[in-house]
Write a protein that binds this ligand. Structure first.
Ligand code: AMP
Length: 176
């Protein structure tokens, strides 16, 4: 099994993106490394029990990449959680607060059958607002959130507190 430090070395840290003061964790450098990508997916998979969930939900856009790989790995289906206006059929929407203003995520109205156990996947846990909105969407559709997995957790933003009550797993931790 690859060590967390090896994976961290493959993640590029870009200062002041997308705005001044933000240190952006760029996973494109990890994805293009065949072993790194594979090991990242395996590390995420090691947090999940195939018998304990039915479906994966990937958050746009980088969450799709890991959710797709995990769906294939476990032989499960995948539901995309998308930014507003991207999904073609009838949707349900959940808004959430940003530092300035609001944002929203959507799923198709018929994406989740009642009782379905869903694992949410994204690349980075920052404030947790996006993942929490995704969790609420799944619950509104009658699903149950079986877990939320991230490759990276920015511990200093305390996003985990925003996700209290959900089983949250992340592989790589960063402090300020
Ligand atoms: P949040 O809702 O604050 O947890 O933000 C999560 C979303 O923003 C995720 O989809 C991440 O991909 C992205 N994100 C937030 N902060 C960063 C960061 N410092 N580096 C890379 N992606 C980030």
């Amino acid at each position: 099994m690859v060590q967390p430090d090896e994976l961290k070395r493959l993640i590029r840290e870009v200062p002041d993106f997308p705005k001044p003061g933000i240190l952006f964790y760029d996973i494109t450098t990890l994805l293009k490394d065949a072993r790194g990508f594979q090991q990242a997916v395996e590390a995420l998979a090691s947090q999940l029990d195939a018998d304990a969930f039915d479906l994966l939900a990937g958050i746009e856009a980088r969450g799709f990449i890991f959710a797709g790989a995990l769906a294939y790995r476990f032989g499960k289906g995948l539901v995309p959680v998308r930014k507003p206006g991207k999904l073609p059929a009838a949707t349900v929407r959940e808004e959430y607060a940003l530092e300035y203003g609001t944002d929203a995520v959507e799923i198709h109205q018929d994406a989740i059958q009642p009782g379905t156990r869903v694992v949410i996947v994204d690349d980075v846990l920052a404030t947790g607002g996006t993942a929490r909105a995704a969790a609420r969407l799944i619950e509104r559709a009658g699903g149950k959130v079986a877990g939320i997995v991230f490759l990276i957790e920015l511990d200093f933003l305390r996003g985990r507190e925003n996700l209290a009550g959900y089983p949250v797993h992340s592989i790589l931790h960063y402090s300020a």
